[in-house]
Design a protein around this ligand. Sequence first.
Ligand code: G6P
Length: 610
Amino acid sequence: MCGIVGYIGDEEATGIIVEGLRRLEYRGYDSAGVAVVRDGKTTIRRAVGKLKNLDKVLLEQPVHGTLGIGHTRWATHGRPSEQNAHPHEVDGITVVHNGIIENYLQLRQNLVEQGRTFKSETDTEIMAHLVAVETNKGTDLITAVKKALAQVRGAYAFLIQSEKEPDKLITAKNASPIVIGYGEGRNYVASDIPALLEHTRKFCFLKDGQMAVITREGVKITTEDGEPVEAAIRVVDWSPVMAEKGGHKHFMHKEIFEQPSAIADTIRGRVRMEDAQVHLDGMSLGDVTKLNRLIIAACGTSYHAGLVGKFMIEGIARIPVEVDLAGEFRYRSPVIDEATGVLAISQSGETADTLAAIKEAKTLGATVFAVCNVIESSIARECMESGGVMYTHAGPEIGVASTKAFTTQLVALYLLAVYLGRARGTLEKARAQELLTHLREVPQQIERVLSQEAALITIARRYHKARDFLYLGRGPNYPIALEGALKLKEISYIHAEGYSAGEMKHGPIALIDEHLPTVGIATQGPFYEKTVSNLEEVKARDGKLIIIATEGDSKIAATADDVVLVPANDPLIDPILTVVPMQLIAYHIADLNGTDVDQPRNLAKSVTVE
Ligand code: G6P
């Protein structure tokens, strides 16, 4: 997720902007830059890597002025490089942007046809061109921005300045955050509150579809069509540490609540409903009808995503899938040929075992590709020359226990399954449209699950002293039982075991007594009745039962001690919903027990040793 800071006032802008960017450093980024306007001229400084690299550039070549914008970039379109770093300038218009412009290929082509040339590979530069096309005709900046916004589709938080109108900054937002900070004779803009806390406590959060014109004297908010909007100013008393976490107690909690937007970002720009096609930018899988087998290699939570992915890809695209723990894969002398695809799943893109697995697979002649969250990471680079990379757009994940990276991986795998199904002819257009429509419902459905947090806290209170937990699920929810148990173990240090509900009678049933809480997933679908019978076996032995079921299930309360309801969806999408209560139960149990939720003992976010 990119960071944005802007300043207009009477002091030197650069220091304020760079300090603001530094406060956003925790979000992660790959390059940074500032642009300052003075005496009708824009000066830009950019550097790849950490902010200290930009500091060095600014020390050697300082820039002065009282109007400026800055950016830390988390690459989406175009690799991390100085050229792709923001701000982007075209004919005196400078733009920074957070988000993804969905129709960028089309807009870029139109602009190329008008004779415009591009200096970067980013979607952001398009916006600078669109505004410049208008201002070059003599249109004022505000009108030019409105006209440009009317052409852009996607997620954005833009911050724009012009050397011809150095008395204002313009910002506009859709689906990416923007906050305006109010000062005296000076005003500020940022993507997030921590960037501005040192200067002001008075903020206004821009809403989707709104834009603002910020001058030294004041702020005018309107809709993108120019309808005036009254600013809802809030005084925030967060400490800097609280602000980094967006007011949440832990990063993990923040990231659980970011899932609806992270999932929307992962779907955005990839679905074409008219012909039910999935567009996989960055993938070059070649003729997928020649693939006769897929192997997924991953570790930890990403491995669990792979286990769900097997159900999705086999169910939708009818390709046989094996899922391997990456650390086991290369030591078992895997049988691989050119018709085998090997898919690595990794949040960080740096996990040593997963990297080693795909290197091995490549040597054996397989097409390797990845679902990954970090642009240009080692695994992403390894796959680029082969089958390519599909990025999850979860933004940086800071909590060691993976949450939003997992659900966005599931979304990416579902999209991949639909893509493969369409390309191999196993999925009809009408059915694909249905599946994609269901997928688009997920962000809003997760909001509904998150709104039940109070009930999940009550459950956590009841069971946080338990010594062991059992998690049960079947079919695509069996991996969610594994993931639920892993989440609890990781952050609360309570022993937990995930099992297939059907397999329980072959072992774990011996553990059940009144002291053992069991979390069972019994949502509607092909496994419902069988799972309920398995859970009845737990109840018959006095086990405590927390059941995750589907909204509208009135019978399940008779079996369970506690019920958590999730919205109904396609059985292959269901795991993306059922894992959310698992995350919150684990989080609140850990929090009640006072463990270090974001950095649990002995664990690392990314394990770069074998
Ligand atoms: C570590 C992390 C887990 C993660 C796993 C795989 O164990 O603590 O949260 O799932 O590595 O990481 P990756 O970055 O490859 O998904």
